[in-house]
Ligand binder design. Structure first.
Ligand code: ADP
Ligand code: MG
Length: 593
């Protein structure tokens, strides 16, 4: 067997197999070239999903005729001035896209550098087929026709024009998000699909994902070890059956990297079912020496020097944002109608410029995620992955006139579902009970009759010395609430009694929380305010936890006590303890109104 050198044409075609799999990947290379050429405006025109024709026109710096000829040669690039391949900031650097595409299509390259005339070069499946002057505005226009027409092996793997079009649209969106400073238009079969004016990144992302993240987004901005992560992600309750709305960028380069996708998954772990996917546009900026972009012909994957640091930043940053939002969105719920349960974060301002068409808040699509939020963004995220766990009670007796209705069942051992005369009531049992305990303690204290429960055997609690100092300093206040604790050596406290309202309690945990609370308060709060907050901490320890199964009698007792207790509509952290869906709202949900 003799070894022979492959002819240039064949080499280009082999490269084409790697760089250009389908119209969308050719389109990606062309738009990247336009952006690398400093274009402010990129116009894309497709016919039949790019199978018949792909055209990309830009107003970038253009090329002189001899540069154009060079550009069509393999491994010819203007983007690596030295040999510093580890420091590239342009999209391209391999110099194989144009010759590869030209080897499997009919390609027309037209270009005009500023201050000179335009020129046109035509290539037919790798063969030069003509050159001539051309009239065009400064910039470059590339037209690709009949991609893979003469490469049956490839042609076979192409999908319908519709599917290829979808992939092209996705490509344009990704690049438009990566480079929001440039304007874009996209036409398909003569119809204008996209018009994007130059914008700031959040506004660009919002414009492209507006319907998705208008109300269900969380803004991200975090940094660690020289890396920075910005962007927007969806609330866990706003998810999709396919992972097609995840836009990830490394130093402005759109990537589909396994590590990043995995980190995104990891951040939502136990917040979202395994077969559901969040929506995200995330921009990671890392020092150039931390990342190798030359690991994939199409440059869609990257390799990090320290993958675990990248993962840590993403999982940690997103997790933090998701945790914060779970409290925040719930806290707004009661003020607004239930339809507004989930809310956008820092991108609101930008999003508001593109109000949702026909923004009727009662539309079904708003409800679906809102309803998911009802059972979801609670304190126990594991609820999402648990099988349904509702119990229901027979509903044959008439509903008495209680504002919060009568208990009909319990959902996920966390929410009480009650039927009232005018609607459906859902109560967060832990939040509600916590409030009741607090109010009980407060009124007992005001009446000077806090019931305390002496411990048979006083309990010794080990704590850090500063925490002991704090508790010792507050001993008199705590005693007023029924908690008698005294210093017992440098790093322990001796507890003699606890508030009777508490029942059986984890005393060590309570003292640690109280010490933290007192440290946080420190400032110029009145004694009364301090006592209130301390009482709240105590109450939290004494209340019915989410996850406890309640009897119908217990549920109804809780509802009745809520009705006569002041401020029972809010838990001690400002979140609602119950919500009501009026009959009218239920009817709207089912389109009966
Ligand atoms: P690469 O982008 O990796 O350099 P390409 O084959 O995509 O390789 O392009 C080869 C060269 O052609 C580029 O380096 C650039 O100098 C030139 N070029 C390609 N497209 C354009 C364009 N739209 N405007 C100006 N120059 C371009
Ligand atoms: Mg290129």
């Amino acid at each position: 067997m003799s070894i022979r050198r492959l002819p240039a044409e064949l080499i280009n075609r082999i490269a084409a197999g790697e760089v250009v799999e389908r119209p969308a990947s050719a389109l990606k290379e062309l738009v990247e070239n336009s952006l690398d050429a400093g274009a402010n405006q990129v116009a894309v025109r497709l016919h039949a999903g790019g199978l018949e024709q792909i055209e990309v026109a830009d107003d970038g710096r253009g090329m002189a005729p001899d540069e154009m000829r060079l550009a069509l040669e393999r491994h010819a690039t203007s983007k690596l001035p030295g040999d510093a391949i580890d420091r590239v900031t342009s999209f391209g650097f391999r110099g194989e896209a144009l010759p590869s595409i030209a080897s499997v299509s009919r390609l027309t390259l037209e270009s005009r550098a500023r201050g000179s005339d335009g020129w046109r070069i035509e290539i037919d499946h790798g063969q030069a087929s003509g050159e001539e002057p051309a009239a065009l505005p400064p910039g470059t226009r590339v037209r690709v026709q009949g991609l893979f027409d003469k490469v049956p092996a490839r042609r076979k793997f192409l999908r319908s024009p519709r599917a290829e079009y979808a992939a092209c649209l996705d490509t344009v969106k990704r690049l438009a998000m990566a480079r929001s400073d440039a304007g874009f238009t996209l036409d398909h079969d003569g119809r204008r699909i996209l018009t994007l004016a130059p914008a700031e990144p959040p506004a660009r992302v919002a414009e492209i994902l507006t319907h998705e993240l208008e109300r269900h987004g969380i803004g991200i901005d975090c940094a660690r070890e020289g890396m920075r992560l910005t962007g927007v992600i969806s609330l866990p309750t706003f998810n999709r059956g396919v992972a097609d709305r995840q836009f990830l960028f490394v130093n402005s380069r759109p990537v589909k990297d396994r590590l990043l996708v995995g980190a995104l998954r990891g951040a939502y772990r136990d917040l979202i079912a395994r077969d559901r996917h969040p929506i995200a546009a995330l921009f990671l900026e890392v020092p150039l020496e931390e990342v190798d972009v030359n690991v994939h012909p199409a440059k869609t994957e990257v390799r990090f020097r320290d993958p675990s640091a990248v993962r840590g930043l993403i999982v940690g940053g997103l997790r933090h944002a998701l945790d914060e939002e779970s409290g925040r969105s719930a806290a707004r719920e009661q003020a607004a109608a239930p339809v507004m349960w989930t809310t956008g974060a820092i991108y609101d301002a930008a999003l508001n410029r593109h109000p949702r068409e026909g923004g009727d808040p009662a539309k079904q699509e708003n409800w679906v995620p809102a309803f998911a939020g009802m059972t979801g963004v609670a304190e126990d995220h594991r609820l999402f992955t648990q099988p349904p766990a509702a119990r229901a009670e027979a509903a044959d007796e008439p509903v008495p006139r209680f504002p919060l209705g009568v208990a009909r069942g319990q959902v996920a051992a966390t929410y009480i579902v009650a039927e009232a005369e005018d609607g459906l009531v859902i109560v967060d049992q832990h939040a509600a009970h916590e409030r009741l305990v607090l109010e009980r303690m407060r009124s007992a204290r005001d009446g000077g009759t806090v019931a305390r429960q002496a411990l048979l055997i006083p309990e010794v609690v080990e704590l850090e010395e500063p925490d002991c100092d704090r508790l010792e300093g507050a001993a008199a206040d705590l005693a007023e609430l029924g908690l008698e604790a005294e210093r017992f050596g440098p790093s322990s406290m001796l507890v003699r009694s606890v508030p009777a309202a508490l029942g059986k309690t984890d005393i060590a945990g309570l003292l640690a929380d109280l010490a933290g609370e007192i440290a946080d308060l420190g400032g110029p709060l009145s004694l009364r305010d301090k006592l209130d907050l301390v009482a709240a901490t105590i109450a939290c320890h004494g209340s019915v936890r989410a996850g406890r199964v309640l009897s119908v009698a217990e549920m109804n007792a809780l509802l009745r006590e809520m009705e006569i207790t002041p401020r029972s509509g809010q838990c001690n952290h400002g979140r609602p303890t119950w919500v009501k869906l009026g009959h009218g709202e239920i009817e709207k949900l089912f389109g009966r109104r």
